[in-house]
Design a protein around this ligand. Structure first.
Ligand code: CP
Length: 356
């Protein structure tokens, strides 16, 4: 049985196969209309969602399966104090596959260790969002025809932006990828992404302070929202909310074949006037999310007899995780870490942040 906690759980050839399957679903949807007959998907969303939850549910329904679940923690027994582990262990008795979103970083790791069925991370706090990345990869492939030789601008909240973290992990595995990181000082990409992902991959990266200075060289501009829900205070959020706003004026310096992406929802970071520009692909991206999730559900259900990627690894006991959003600081869990292969530091097994 295999799970998806991040895109690094998939080899590049597995990603290629999943993208090919999604393309076939787009072309020949009828062929898959009964592919999941009799199967159930549980969508357990402890945090709000429009695209991820509904595209997962639409995906399973279009495959002939059925869905159950909840869209807010308050309507589940979480409200009575139930742990993530107990919820997952229970629901895995009722469903054949589970997609879970949770506000705390590392919650998907906890769920993976308890589930009896394939577990999909549909977003864990500011940590990872691999099915958004698969959505992004399908969009990039449909727009560019390749995953190689691209300059990708990542703009906005790169600190808490889980879609950005997962996308960097995925794209840095391809050839001749350059990243331009466009963010305020306080919302820069976390250290572990630089040390454990970008540096070992050899992918080039530069930093930029404005969209205007970065845009001429970009093949892809990936905009992200400054996420109110990740800040400790409203004041901190307001300080950064309007940091980057893409409008038609700023697009004047861009390539004709730039692809503008955004995981959505947007607040104000892309002016509505950009929606009608032929380079704006974020609503197509949202549609691609349904197709790639159909491919993912089919693949994970087909992999039921594959070797387990839920085996115990070698972890060591350590001190409390310093990340205030880590699941280990909210639930009764052992403080465990692994030693980073790149710099020997201790990393929390749940959220990957450094243990100080
Ligand atoms: N992109 C994304 O995760 O959107 P939702 O929060 O609406 O699911």
């Amino acid at each position: 049985m295999r799970h998806l906690l991040d895109t690094t759980d998939l080899t590049l050839s597995e990603i290629d196969e999943m993208v090919s399957l999604a393309l076939d679903i787009i072309e020949n949807g009828d062929k898959y209309a009964k592919a999941c007959e009799g199967k159930k998907l549980a969508t357990l969303f402890f945090e709000p969602s429009t695209r991820t939850r509904l595209s997962f549910e639409a995906a399973m329904l279009e495959l002939g399966g059925s869905v159950l679940g909840f869209s807010e923690a308050s309507s589940s027994s979480t409200a009575k104090g139930e742990s993530v582990g107990d919820t997952i262990r229970t629901v895995s008795n009722y469903a054949d596959i589970i997609a879970m979103r949770h506000p705390h970083e590392g919650a998907a790791f906890v769920a993976k260790r308890k589930t009896l069925v394939p577990l999909i991370n549909a977003g864990d706090g500011g940590h990872a969002h691999p099915t958004q990345t698969l959505t992004d990869l399908l969009t990039i492939f449909r727009e560019k025809g390749s995953f190689n030789n691209l300059t990708i601008g990542l703009c906005g909240d790169l600190k808490f932006g889980r879609t950005v973290h997962s996308l960097i992990k995925a794209m840095s595995r391809y050839s001749n990828i350059r990243f331009v990181l466009i963010s305020p000082e306080e919302l820069k990409v976390p250290e572990y992404i630089i040390k454990d992902v970008l540096l070992p991959s050899g992918a080039e990266y530069t930093e930029a302070k404005t969209i205007e200075e970065a845009i001429p060289e970009l093949d892809i501009l990936y905009m992200t929202r400054v996420q109110r829900e990740r800040f400790a205070t409203e004041e901190e959020y307001l300080k950064h909310r309007d940091a980057f706003i893409l409008d038609l004026e700023k697009l004047k310096g861009a390539k004709e074949y730039l692809t503008i992406m955004h995981p959505l929802p947007r607040v104000n970071e892309i002016a509505e006037e950009v929606d009608s520009d032929k380079r704006a692909k974020y609503f197509e991206q949202a549609l691609n999310g349904k197709y790639i999730r159909m491919a993912l559900i089919l693949t994970l259900l087909n992999w039921r007899n594959e070797p387990d990627n839920n085996l115990p690894e070698s972890y060591i006991e350590c001190g409390k995780c310093s990340n205030p959003h880590c699941i280990s600081n909210y639930q009764s869990l052992k403080n465990l870490c692994k030693i980073s292969e790149t710099d020997g530091t201790k990393r929390c097994i749940y959220c990957e942040n450094e243990i100080l």
